[in-house]
Write a protein that binds this ligand. Sequence first.
Ligand SMILES: Cc1cc2nc3c(=O)[nH]c(=O)nc-3n(C[C@H](O)[C@H](O)[C@H](O)COP(=O)(O)OP(=O)(O)OC[C@H]3O[C@@H](n4cnc5c(N)ncnc54)[C@H](O)[C@@H]3O)c2cc1C
Length: 467
Amino acid sequence: MNTAAESRFVVLGAGITGLTAAYELHKKAQAERRNISVVVLESSSRVGGKIVTESRDGAVIEGGPDSFITYKPQALELVRELGLSLDLVGTEGDPKVSVLWEGRLKAIPQRRLLSFLLCDLFTWKGKARMALEYFLKPGPETLDESLAAFARRRLGPEAYERLIGPMLSGIYAGDPQQMSLAATFPQLREMERQGGLARAMLKRKARKADPELTTFMTLRGGLGRLVEALTLKLPPQTVRTGAPVSSLRRRGGQWHIQAGETVLSADAVICALPANALAQVVGDYDFELSHVLREIPFASTATVSMLFEPGALKSEPSGFGFIVPRSQGKATVAATYTSSKFPNRAPAGHALIRSFLGGAGRDACVDADDSQIARQARGELKEILGIGEAHPRLTRVFRWVRANPQYTVGHQLRLKRLDSCVQGHPGLVLAGCSYFGVGIPDCIRSGREAAAKALRAAAARAPAGVC
Ligand SMILES: Cc1cc2nc3c(=O)[nH]c(=O)nc-3n(C[C@H](O)[C@H](O)[C@H](O)COP(=O)(O)OP(=O)(O)OC[C@H]3O[C@@H](n4cnc5c(N)ncnc54)[C@H](O)[C@@H]3O)c2cc1C
């Protein structure tokens, strides 16, 4: 039996990052035969954070993320490790995505020259400007640049406005004029350095695709399954819901974490809260850390899932969905034809469509109440898809108020400042969507790294860092 003293860990937040961190702490401690205890403190009454799945009227409704990308392997690896391989579900059908431009949906061209030449999304002038990219020299090395500045410089204003801006800002719910290229799409800058985007794409060897996988995957029954499976791997009573953490301080070589009337002590603390929530928690303890955390802006979004009965829509929309450039003046940023994109998301013959509203600079619409948000989403969908007076049988609104971290220009410098603040606090680890990636695979990577750092820090009583 291992008789070494127990190391105590507290994880703040039971989103995918915090749950992964807790799971990884146990896994690693077991492998290293270390004696540990872990408590996860979660303010809300449920686990999963932004991952929330509901089953209603035979439909699977995702309130937050609906899938994860597979070219970053971390989510797929975790799903397999948790024994959920057989529940993996890929996309199906026509992968067409359209752009709303001047009142019409125009298909994004496939990665073929003919499709690009024939598409009606761009003018001939716009297409010629995009082709010019092949001959452009790399721009000057700058510390950071906005996604908009980069796209306009390389591909011209039309490509930026009609495609690159709305497509790349989607996952961050961001404003491309503010988004940091280096923090969000560093691979684009790297492609430029290597001779340009067109050259890099032509040189790129086709990846050998795994026939079992599609670019986006989800789980049968929804992503809530991942949260359930992770939670089940933790010892009972590990996660305490309804436990909002209000403060954190270090005294006598230990961390003391206040949640309601309870104060817990720990050797290391993994903070898997969004940066704006953590800023409040550490406000009285380290003003500088709290200040830098507050510099990370957050945007509000909402998702509206609408379930239509068979025959309610004049025609079933084809493809995966559409995106809406900012200039088109809509609250809707994008919509996914969920029942066409993934199997078994709606009862037979029904159409499930999910609209995505808000985002940086367009957040005001999320302040309205649920029925107003639903009305706006349905009104815009009606206009865009021409679905007539069809009324959904079921509408479900999820609001994400100041929940989407924005990686604006200067984000990486902010992370360096955060890291130097944290260096002064042995055993404090920052993890999650606010720092090095918002996607589920990034959060899982961050949670795993945070666990490894916390274990090392608790053993050595050394500084930990930001993951
Ligand atoms: C609408 C939407 C759609 C998205 N779609 C996708 C997608 O399709 N694919 C993808 O990969 N990613 C997507 N994302 C991003 C992804 O879902 C998130 O970045 C990720 O789930 C964040 O996980 P997290 O654990 O870092 O943070 P969170 O999920 O925010 O978890 C943090 C937890 O901390 C808790 N908390 C806050 N304050 C306190 C406190 N004081 N004390 C205790 N607990 C506290 C919160 O209640 C929450 O449970 C989407 C996000 C949104 C909002």
